[in-house]
Design a protein around this ligand. Structure first.
Ligand code: ZN
Length: 504
């Protein structure tokens, strides 16, 4: 019997309304698709949180014995500024600003994204497809949508016909929006003399102008695929026309995911997703995190502590722990107090893990097993599965791990109680406790041997951040990074080949 038979998982149903038992289409295989980043700048903390949530989903399903194919795309073309159908491509705009090739922008920020994921111990996906790598497939889907009567061409662009779709299907069923309610928001859009037949129509192929750098030949002329299209194409190409889980940030529910559903149905493949999962947003001291409010920071700024809102820097695993203290469907509020509490909590958990790893129950058998204490330990181990099985409830899972930590500490302080549970219960507790911390929640012990690799990764990023600050003549920032590192006993030596660090 597989673990997943023993410990079922409850998730929200296809419209995210009601919890039901997770039943993959072809067990033990599970298809998981997550909308990845548009690589035109550094991934911010909100992105990290979202990808961390799905890292946990993946880790737990694999722990239960499922064989998960995790597809997370890279958007490297087609995402226009303001997420609208008009305007410049985000990547091209950045490329003009930095005066380099769009593909250099893509490479630079893809590398940065991977580096951050590594620092925070996110597993890389099974497949990481790119929009530019799937232009043929996207053209083919646009054609199918047109052939089925759900798309129309105007001046080299192709739009999805929402009114036609509405005759038979419900556009807005995922987000709960009504097409009529959208009118208000898009009135400005129409005022600009839109090519669309209907205000809610969206581009699935966008004709390119002469100045556009990234563009491809299509039956409708030179152009680029619409932003929503790549996910419809790449999810079903790698996971099948119908697949298990589709994830992304809450902000993608509308219009992005609503459009994905419409496109797949319009192309004749049907409603693609069994279960939708949306991660919630970040707030800072109770206020929405946003660049314009000056309260948004990058993951590595949080590690370095270089933002005026931060008292200090926090280690990557403290930040990971901090995120796990909230359920993925809830908002997370950043404050210095909450981060300091997370730092303590993380250390406490790691101490208990080190203690239990050193204990060896098999050496001494007292035969003094007390049934109720033994049962209590087994109940806590089961509870870990019940909490994770409840829509991946990481805060409650952590609470149970802390209950177990408390018990582990009493073992350590009092040798008598240590022999009040059976060897098999002890082994089960030790294994479950450590597996949930390391494999399921992905929390690494930063003081262990592998900590030095992690430190290298973190230092490499800080050195790059500082080099960038220096290149931009931002001496305050570059000095601040050097001084803060100095304060914690790390000295930066600048040489011809770049900077190196030494521990004092
Ligand atoms: Zn997407």
């Amino acid at each position: 019997m597989a673990l997943y038979d023993q410990y079922p998982v409850e998730v929200f149903n296809s419209l995210g309304k009601k919890k039901e038992k997770f039943e993959p289409l072809n067990p033990p295989r599970v298809g998981l698709y997550v909308c990845g980043p548009t690589v035109y700048n550094e991934a911010h903390l909100g992105n990290l949180r979202s990808f961390l949530s799905f890292d946990i989903v993946w880790r737990y399903l694999e722990h239960l014995g499922y064989n998960v194919r995790y597809v997370r795309n890279i958007t490297d073309v087609g995402h226009l500024v303001n997420d609208a159908d008009e305007g410049e491509d985000k990547i091209e705009k950045r490329a003009r600003l930095e005066q380099i090739e769009p593909m250099e922008i893509v490479q630079k920020y893809t590398n940065g994204f991977h580096a951050v994921n590594k620092v925070f111990n996110l597993k890389e996906p099974s497949i990481e497809p790119t929009a530019t790598g799937h232009i043929m497939e996207q053209i083919e889907m646009v054609q199918r949508i047109i052939d089925n009567g759900y798309g129309y061409e105007v001046n080299g662009s192709v739009y999805f016909d929402v009114q036609k779709f509405q005759e038979k299907y419900d556009y807005g069923k995922l987000s709960g929006r009504k097409v009529e309610d959208l009118l208000e928001q898009t009135r400005d859009n129409l005022a600009g003399g839109s090519e669309k037949k209907f205000f809610a129509d969206f581009a699935i192929w966008k004709g390119a102008s002469e100045n556009t750098i990234m563009k491809w030949k299509s039956p409708w002329g030179m152009g680029v695929p619409g932003w929503h299209l790549e996910c419809s194409v790449m999810s079903t190409k790698y996971l099948g026309e119908k697949f298990d889980i589709h994830g992304g940030g809450m902000d993608l529910k509308f219009p992005h995911h609503e459009c994905e559903i419409a496109q797949n149905i319009g192309a004749g493949d049907g409603d693609p997703v069994r279960y939708w999962m949306h991660g919630n947003m970040l707030t800072v001291n109770g206020t929405k995190m946003s660049k314009s409010l000056g309260n948004a920071f990058l993951p590595m700024e949080l590690v370095a502590g270089n933002h005026e809102l931060l008292d200090q820097g926090y280690s990557p695993m403290t930040i990971r722990f901090f995120f796990l203290q909230a359920h993925y469907r809830s908002t997370v509020d950043f404050s210095n107090d909450a981060l300091k509490a997370a730092e303590k909590g993380y250390k406490r958990l790691m101490n208990a893990k080190r203690l239990v790893e050193e204990m060896d129950k098999d050496v001494v058998e007292s035969g003094n097993v007390q049934e109720e204490i033994d049962a209590e330990f087994n109940a806590l181990c089961n509870q870990l599965y019940l909490e994770m099985g409840d829509d991946f409830n990481t805060p409650k899972t952590l609470a149970v791990l802390f209950d177990l930590s408390g018990k582990i500490n009493t073992f350590f302080n009092d040798h008598l109680t240590r022999y009040s549970i059976s060897s098999s219960t002890f082994r089960r507790m030790k294994e479950t406790f450590t597996i949930f911390i390391s494999d399921v929640l992905g929390l690494e012990d930063e003081t262990e041997g592998n900590g030095s690799d992690k430190l290298d990764d973190v230092m490499q990023m800080l050195i790059e951040m500082r080099a960038e600050a220096r290149a931009n003549k931002n001496w305050d920032l570059s000095d601040s990074i050097r001084d803060r590192l100095n304060a914690v006993g790390i000295v930066l030596n600048d040489g011809k080949e770049g900077s190196e660090y030494v521990l004092k």
